[in-house]
Design a binder for this molecule. Structure first.
Ligand SMILES: [Zn+2]
Length: 279
């Protein structure tokens, strides 16, 4: 039996247009409306606990859980373009706690500590309408066309986790005095190889497909990786640059901060530490 209370469950607080405009979502991972606007609900107590758990290993899981709960139109947050993630978290913050966010800062010049409020809706307004034309996401390479897509949240999380693990091995290898010199060299070589593979992984994750002169699109991951491994650095650099351009377009811009005491001005990134951001 359905409870009579269901009609009083939480309702959407705001409606947003995704920075990607819904592009790059694999079929079935996004339920889009005719207007392109999707509803955002406030967090539940369960979401609040999940997002504030300061464990890097489960933070991806927590983000996915919270997005699913608050933006049910996003069916599979792991498959969403990573470039949409910060934006939807800002929207969820607004839906849960309101538009104003209180921040603390310390002047980089006179060290005065002060609080100030920012209006988060400015990000929703600014990033809600980013255009991705075919020109910005296609690289012409001889007779081929390389189609670029932002990394999915899943791809980015895996790559970040692996990079973090390699970094830890590197720190261990350089600080452990009990290691034989040959062992240390072996560890360095292994880290270097793994980092190179991660880099290739990032590049091939950013390739949606490679279009042959007759229009056929090659989407097989192994074929793409082999192709990237057998291409000149010029192509890989252009892929990296295009991925960066897509990221820059959807990036939450840094805040203009002015010290109330000495009037010194500087730029500071929006604090995306979830424990403090969702406070
Ligand atoms: Zn100051």
């Amino acid at each position: 039996m359905t409870s009579k209370l269901t009609e009083y469950y939480r309702q959407p607080e705001i409606y947003i247009t995704l920075p990607s405009g819904g592009q790059f979502y694999p079929e079935g991972s996004l339920e889009s409306s005719a207007t392109g606007e999707i509803p955002v609900y406030g967090m539940t107590a369960k979401d609040d606990v999940a997002i504030k758990t300061p464990d890097a290993l489960i933070s991806g899981e927590a983000v996915v859980q919270v997005i699913k709960s608050c933006i049910p139109s996003i069916k599979d947050p792991w498959q969403m373009p990573a470039s949409d993630v910060d934006f939807v978290l800002v929207a969820i913050r607004i839906a849960s706690y309101g538009e104003e966010m209180e921040m603390e800062s310390t002047c980089t010049k006179c060290e005065e500590e002060f609080n100030f409020g920012i209006d988060l809706t400015q990000y929703i307004d600014k990033l809600g309408k980013v255009e991705f034309t075919n020109e910005t996401t296609t690289i012409k390479y001889g007779k081929l066309k390389v189609h670029i897509k932002p990394l999915t949240y899943n791809e980015l999380s895996l790559l970040q986790r692996s990079a973090f693990e390699e970094q830890q091995v590197l720190t261990m290898a350089s600080s452990n005095e009990d290691l034989e010199e040959t062992e240390r060299q072996e560890m360095y070589t292994r880290v270097l190889n793994n980092m190179t593979e991660l880099n290739i992984g990032t590049i091939s994750s950013g390739v949606q497909g490679i279009e042959l002169p007759d229009g056929e699109l090659i989407v097989d991951k192994t074929e793409i990786i082999d192709f990237v491994n057998n291409s000149s650095i010029k192509l890989t650099n252009r892929i990296t640059d295009t991925l960066q351009e897509i990221r820059d377009k959807t990036l939450i811009p840094p805040l203009d901060i002015e010290c109330p005491k000495c009037e010194h001005k500087w730029l500071s990134p929006l604090d995306f530490n979830y424990t403090s951001f969702f406070a």
